[in-house]
Structure formats: C-alpha cells, structure tokens
Ligand binder design. Structure first.
Ligand code: ADP
Ligand code: ADP
Ligand code: ZN
Length: 217
C-alpha cells in the first residue's frame, strides 16, 4: 500500500504522466484526474466547455487558469477523491497552483507529494510525434516504443487508433515552449514547499514505475 496518496504528476508533455498513472492505477485504488482527458471528453461531447477548450488546445496553448481550476475544484470535492488522487497535468501555471491550494483547503484535503517526471526535449518530441491513442477508451500507445498489437485497433477494446492533432511536430514544439515558460517554474515552487520528488522518465516504463513506488511507498 502506498503512503502518499494525494499526488500531483508534474512534467512536460510526453514525459509519461498518463502512462505511469495507468500503471499505478493497476496497483492502487486511487482516483485519476487528467485535465487533458476531461477536455478531450468534453470536445467529443461537443459541450460549451469543449468548444471553448478546443481553440486553445489546437493551438498548443493553455486553457485559461480559472476555467481549469474551477473544473478541478469541483472534481476534487467528490467522494472518490477520499481514497487518494493523481492530478495529471494540473496545475500547469503558478496561478493554477495557488488556485489548487485554495480548492484543496475548501474540501479539506492536502497534497502528499508532487512527482516531477523529467525528460529532455529531444526525447519528448520523439515520443509525442509517435503517440497514438484509442478513440473509444483513451488508452495511450506509441508507434515506436509501445505499439498496439494491431496498428489500427486498441488491444483492450478494439477501438480505433488515432493520433491527436496537437501531437504534430509544430504543435508539440509550441507546447514544449509553453511548458518551459509557464509550467517549469512549478518545480521550484513545490521544491520550496518540500513536496517535490524527482523521477527520471527516460527509462523503461517498469523502471519509472518502480522509482515512483519507492518514492510514494
Ligand atoms: P504525458 O501524459 O506525460 O503527456 P504519455 O503518458 O502520454 O505522456 O506518454 C507520451 C508518449 O510516450 C506515449 O506515446 C507513450 O506511449 C510513450 N511513453 C510513455 N512512457 C514511456 C517510456 N518509459 N518509454 C518509452 N515511451 C514511453
Ligand atoms: P500532454 O500530457 O501531452 O501535455 P494533456 O492531455 O495533458 O497533454 O493536455 C492537452 C491540452 O489540454 C494542453 O495542451 C492544454 O491546451 C490543455 N490543458 C490540459 N491541462 C491543462 C491545464 N492544467 N491548464 C491549461 N490547459 C490545460
Ligand atoms: Zn481502447
């Protein structure tokens, strides 16, 4: 059983936050909150929130802080977060981190750790431009490193495999720039709060997971 249960997964796009979340969830019953996944579900449902978010996502920019923080705040207030949670891809700016503290306080929760998934830009671009996923269940694959058994269909649910439009080389580069400018200051922010745990993401998935388990056990 893990000891640190209320977690933030921080790191650049393509570092493997979603992949390692999935691997951890196979071992531990905690709640996974991925803001990117929520936006993609809203876009699929053609909701107002989805339409608004799509404009930003397609350009590789961040959705405005208030929108994301409000969404995460109401999600964190739900009972299934009592057993622990992974915030995957939130916060991504300093204002979002401040808003997160306020939201956590409102629902009587606190963070046990912020896991920083480190990887160099060359690795990230290689991973992002080869990332594919299942249209039906969202499972993430990689054309080079973790291909589905059949290139066109999901191993788990037979859903169609597709590539995210924001994983084109140009948009991926833009997203990395946004990460360095707006998100990377959070490393120092959480280090100062003594919450930061550094993990090398450039190794086999099993080894990344093993390092994570050492940190949160
Ligand atoms: P993030 O959620 O941080 O953006 P993902 O989990 O979606 O990252 O991973 C990005 C891409 O890299 C995916 O295609 C995934 O299959 C692949 N990937 C994840 N972890 C590893 C790893 N340890 N080694 C090689 N490829 C990986
Ligand atoms: P990745 O893991 O590859 O960075 P995500 O699936 O986490 O991608 O996010 C996809 C897009 O959704 C981001 O590029 C951004 O436009 C939007 N998004 C996700 N989380 C946030 C957030 N915390 N703040 C602002 N925008 C976000
Ligand atoms: Zn699937």
């Amino acid at each position: 059983m893990i000891k640190k249960k209320n977690l933030v997964f921080l790191g650049p796009p393509g570092a493997g936050k979603g992949t390692i979340s999935e691997a951890l969830l196979a071992k531990e019953d905690i709640t996974h909150i991925s803001t990117g996944d929520i936006f993609r579900a809203e876009i699929k449902a053609q909701s107002e929130l989805g339409k608004m978010a799509k404009d930003y996502i397609d350009k590789g920019q961040l959705v405005p802080d208030e929108v994301v923080a409000g969404m995460v705040g109401s999600r964190l207030a739900q009972d299934d977060c009592d057993k622990g949670f992974i915030l995957d891809g939130f916060p991504r700016t300093l204002p979002q981190a401040e808003m997160l503290s306020a939201e956590l306080e409102k629902c009587g929760r606190s963070l046990d750790g912020v896991i920083y998934f480190a990887a160099a830009d060359e690795v990230l671009l290689e991973r992002l431009t080869a990332r594919v996923l299942c249209k039906k269940c969202g499972k993430v694959y990689n054309k080079i490193f973790m291909p589905p058994k059949n290139a066109e269909v999901c191993d788990d649910c037979n859903g169609e495999i597709y590539q995210r439009s924001d994983d084109s080389l140009d948009t991926a580069k833009d997203r990395l720039k946004v990460y360095h400018e707006q998100t990377s200051p959070l490393i120092e922010y959480y280090k100062k709060q003594d919450l930061l745990f550094d993990i090398n993401s450039v190794q086999d998935k099993a080894d990344v997971l093993a390092d994570l388990l050492k940190v949160i056990a």
